[in-house]
Design a protein around this ligand. Sequence first.
Ligand code: HH2
Length: 256
Amino acid sequence: MGVPALVMGVLNVTPDSFSDGGRWFGTDTAVAHGLQLVAEGADVVDVGGESTRPGAQPVSDVEERRRVIPVIEALAPHVRVSVDTRKPAVAAAAVAAGATLVNDVSASLWEVAAATGVGWVAMHMRGEPATMQSEARYGDVVTEVRDVLVDRARRARDAGVEEVWVDPGIGFAKTAAHNLSLLRHLRELVASGFPVMVGTSRKSFLAQVHGSVVSPPVDDRLEGSLATAAWAITQGATMVRAHDVAATAQLVRLAS
Ligand code: HH2
């Protein structure tokens, strides 16, 4: 058996995330859910304090830190923690609290990772979550996304970041057709030589390609989430980001 891909479990300490907003908003409930994700097989728990769903409004540095730092401190002794943020100050505070991976949907925080000696995920997006869907226009989405990511990843490596991941940013300034193209041609990103992670879990394009008269609601997209995770792994992704960790961990071990 090959080395199984890693499962990054999603822990949104937000009132407004697209699928689990408000469910783990208090520190105690968030920590308990994080420990549950570990029990279910998460290799990394990704703690986020700002929703990046299309149309989401930004939160302040102070509020984002208030949401995530106590949760990171509590979880870090038990599991590898990543922080899902676009803000340098939040990333630095999260690392001081025990996070060892900066999951960066803006692909711009490599200097924080370099300065603090942790890993970095460069995810592709355009613009801001509030307006990004208006920028979902590409000539060749696969090449354009890959070129941006490889450029950022090289800059990070040159700055001294040893662990650099790239992520095509499914759903971020992308139409359903763009998402499907990126998944179909994922090997082109894998061929860059940087480890690839993918997050399709519960995203709306899964409902758009569902093909039945009634689209599945956000908390009922498990089959599509698992099918796309399995596809990503067979194409060479070595980490998948998921809300439904128990099922994804089982899938990943089998697929690997
Ligand atoms: N997707 C989301 C957030 N962070 N990070 C990476 N690396 N890749 C992704 O695909 C990705 C991500 C969006 O999902 P979620 O955190 O569940 O929702 P929200 O942004 O509304 O909090």
